[in-house]
Design a protein around this ligand. Structure first.
Ligand code: AMP
Length: 486
């Protein structure tokens, strides 16, 4: 089905084809007509499914009539991190190229001045992280009672990051008559409750990510001494030996290790950058842009800083530390092997990591083979198998290269991620959820609320950066969605 059959305006359809997209993804095909009908919507989908365009394209079409008023944005999109907010803004710029809409980004880590000026002039689309949005509201510079469409994106990550009270408060500050579009990769009970409270008779659409992204990842473990210096040396050797490496993300468990590993790599002559929650917005954006443009080869990152980023072709992921939470492992290695490309993930393991490794193997349902020697990483990605079961005889015939460790070589099936095994979209379900939202209440006393919440909660001061988050992946693996029908 072409984009022109979905009910989008001519301007939007022509911008989409200029962007090079010919066919809508399953979530786009299902969601766009419903959003254009002004229905509330629950989209159960991860990043990588094309969900951003699924709300951006119909919003652009709907915004063609009407105009923005001073301090009263017409639409509001909430994102858990600054990078995701910036990615959504890029989508509006790309697909809104034939329109004259005003788009403002309201994120922490940058000064209030320019953001204030833009809001005061009037914006059609406000893209915000929850903490900074409420800061603007409390300063009296922003009115939310003109919001026609509210998008809550990545709701399960908002939950992980402690943003749910802010989201509920923002919902209550926007008009009862708004259209609400709600996206989440999983629907734990806390999130289901929020949808029941704030959405009116929503259409529910659920799609799984295409299988190709996950089955292309080859996973290995690499033994190392446990002290940081030994691990840094192992990492350097691995990177030097990885012949087919185009670029890599190195994950560390702690923010301070991100800084140390980054500094050490640079000192040893590697073209490396760092991404963690304590960096100011300008340096994060600079680093990410440089990595996307292949000006940086290695990006050292913490989990929260890297999650959800759309970096399409990372050839290698190195886990400098074994993640404490098994589901973080799945998110990390999902940075490689995207969009059908092959990728390699290597986890540096010391004797202290046995418990964490077995938790990961339990979660993914198979053991991860050890590389017997660092040189085994030299095989360029194209020589590695997409399904390494088919490739195994050839690899084993090449001496040491690619050989599996004795404990896993013969018995283990290929280590790949099982979670995204379904390519087909699930059928649409219609949830009839009665609107139970209470009447507009006065905002809670801001002074009180400020005492409970850190001032700028947009990622820099998140508890989760070092500590991990709830095992959302488990929920995703066994996705059972219960839909209320009255
Ligand atoms: P998202 O799930 O929104 O993060 O999108 C993931 C990637 O898919 C982005 O790089 C988009 O540019 C790309 N994309 C979005 N829509 C389409 C489409 N219809 N066809 C091909 N790629 C798309």
């Amino acid at each position: 089905m072409p984009f022109s059959d979905l009910g989008l305006s001519d301007k939007v359809v022509s911008a989409v084809s200029a962007a090079g997209y010919t066919e809508p993804t399953p979530i786009q095909a299902q969601a766009i007509p419903r959003v254009l009908e002004k229905r509330d919507l629950i989209g159960i989908a991860q990043t990588g499914t094309g969900k951003t365009a699924a709300f951006v394209l119909p919003m652009l079409t709907l915004l063609e009539t009407g105009r923005a008023r001073a301090r009263m944005p017409r639409t509001l999109i909430l994102e858990p991190t600054r990078e995701l907010a910036a990615q959504v803004e890029e989508n509006f710029n790309k697909y809104g190229t034939n329109q004259r809409l005003s788009v403002a980004l309201i994120i922490g880590g940058v000064s209030f001045g320019d953001q204030d000026a833009k809001i005061t002039r009037g914006v059609d689309v406000l893209i915000a992280t929850p903490g900074r949005l409420l800061d603007h509201f409390e300063r009296g510079k922003l009115l939310l009672n003109g919001i026609e469409i509210l998008v809550i994106d990545e709701a399960d990550r908002m939950l992980d990051m402690g943003f749910m009270p802010d989201i509920e408060r923002i919902c209550k500050l926007t008009p009862f008559t708004r259209q609400t579009l709600f996206f989440s990769a999983t629907m734990p009970p806390e999130i289901r409750r929020v949808t029941e409270q704030f959405l009116s008779d929503p259409v529910q659409i659920e799609v799984a990510k295409a299988a190709t992204t996950a089955t292309t990842i080859t996973q290995n473990l690499m033994r190392s001494g446990g002290d940081p210096e030994a691990k840094r040396e192992t990492l350097r050797k691995l990177i030097r030996a990885a012949e087919g490496m185009k670029n890599a993300i190195v994950f560390c468990n702690r923010k301070r290790d991100v800084a140390v590993v980054h500094k050490s790599l640079v000192k040893h002559g590697f073209n490396a950058g760092a991404l963690h929650g304590d960096m100011d917005q300008a340096s994060r954006t600079r680093t990410l842009d440089a990595f996307r443009a292949n000006e940086l080869t290695v990006l050292v990152a913490s989990d929260v800083a890297a999650r959800g980023l759309d970096i399409p072709d990372v050839s290698h992921v190195f886990n400098f530390d074994v993640p404490h939470h098994a589901d973080d492992y799945v998110h990390r290695i999902g940075r490689t092997g995207r969009a059908g490309r092959s990728g390699w993930s290597i986890t540096i393991v010391s004797s202290q990591d046995a418990k964490s490794v077995s938790a990961i193997e339990k979660l993914i349902g198979r053991s991860i083979p050890y590389l017997e020697a660092i040189e085994a990483i030299a095989a360029p990605p194209e020589e590695r198998a997409v399904d390494d079961r088919a490739e195994r005889p050839r690899r084993e015939g090449r001496g040491e290269r690619g050989r599996r460790s004795p404990q896993t070589a013969e018995s283990a099936p290929p280590a790949s991620v099982p979670a995204r095994a379904e390519a087909a979209p699930r059928p649409e379900r219609v949830a009839r959820v009665p609107r139970t939202e209470p009447e507009r209440t006065k905002p809670a006393d801001p002074t009180h609320e400020r005492q409970r919440m850190p001032r700028d909660r947009d990622q820099a001061s998140l508890p989760g950066d070092d500590a991990g988050h709830m095992p959302a992946f488990l929920l995703r693996m066994k996705r059972t969605v219960t839909v209320k029908k009255n």
